[in-house]
Design a protein around this ligand. Structure first.
Ligand SMILES: C[S@@+](CC[C@H](N)C(=O)[O-])C[C@H]1O[C@@H](n2cnc3c(N)ncnc32)[C@H](O)[C@@H]1O
Length: 188
């Protein structure tokens, strides 16, 4: 994911700006993806969000240890929220330039929680489109690339921007890969 964003920052700086772009990591876990982003040279605001309070505390501690010179609230932040449940965690309708998801949509699919009439997977693109300014980058080891694309494009809120190539394996004449990463942009 980081290498893809680095390439994008070089090739399409209007989409990803190494100095300015803000990033929101949905389901940040231990926050390692954000640490990697900073180490790779992305200088904008980094936000990690998770509905697990211990995870938020842990990620905050890891990040603060790695980058003691940075200030929470200014350079980075960790938010405790379920981003599918409501918009209450984002009262000012903030938007992030790039939304990242590494394994969180997978966890949502497996958790099988209902949000009103909708499953988490069904409500996901609607919630994400409210705070994604332009680009959403999702990595899954649960869904195939085609399944992921169907989830995100079904309601017309997102379109495929690019897919990230991974090594493939072949079994019984069928080609496959164990993980997929797809970048989506919001439809106009
Ligand atoms: C499979 S883990 C991935 C963690 C991290 N992104 C990584 O790659 O190591 C999924 C994470 O998403 C969080 N999560 C799942 N559903 C969520 C939701 N609706 N709102 C916020 N966090 C959620 C879980 O608490 C967990 O930390």
């Amino acid at each position: 994911m980081i290498r893809f964003l680095e390439d994008l920052a070089t090739d399409e700086p209007e989409l990803v700006d190494e100095q300015e772009s803000s990033f929101l990591d949905l389901g940040t876990g231990n926050g390692q993806l954000l640490v990697g982003m900073r180490e790779a040279g992305f200088e904008g605001l980094l936000t990690g969000l998770d509905y697990s309070a211990p995870s938020v505390e842990f990620a905050r501690g890891v990040y603060a240890t790695e980058f003691p010179e940075e200030q929470e609230g200014n350079d980075y932040e960790f938010l405790h929220a379920d981003f599918l449940a409501s918009h209450a965690w984002n009262p000012n309708n903030r938007e992030w330039d790039v939304v990242l998801d590494k394994g969180t949509l997978d966890a949502i699919a497996l958790a099988d929680i209902k949000y009103g009439e909708l499953t988490g997977v069904q409500t996901y693109p609607h919630q994400v489109s409210a705070f994604a300014r332009q680009l959403v980058l999702i990595t899954s080891c649960n869904f195939t690339e085609q399944e992921l694309i169907k989830i995100m494009t079904r309601d017309g809120l997102f379109e495929v921007f690019k897919t990230v190539p991974y090594p493939t394996f072949e079994f019984g004449g069928v080609k496959g890969q164990t993980v997929c990463t797809v970048a989506f942009t919001k439809t106009k």
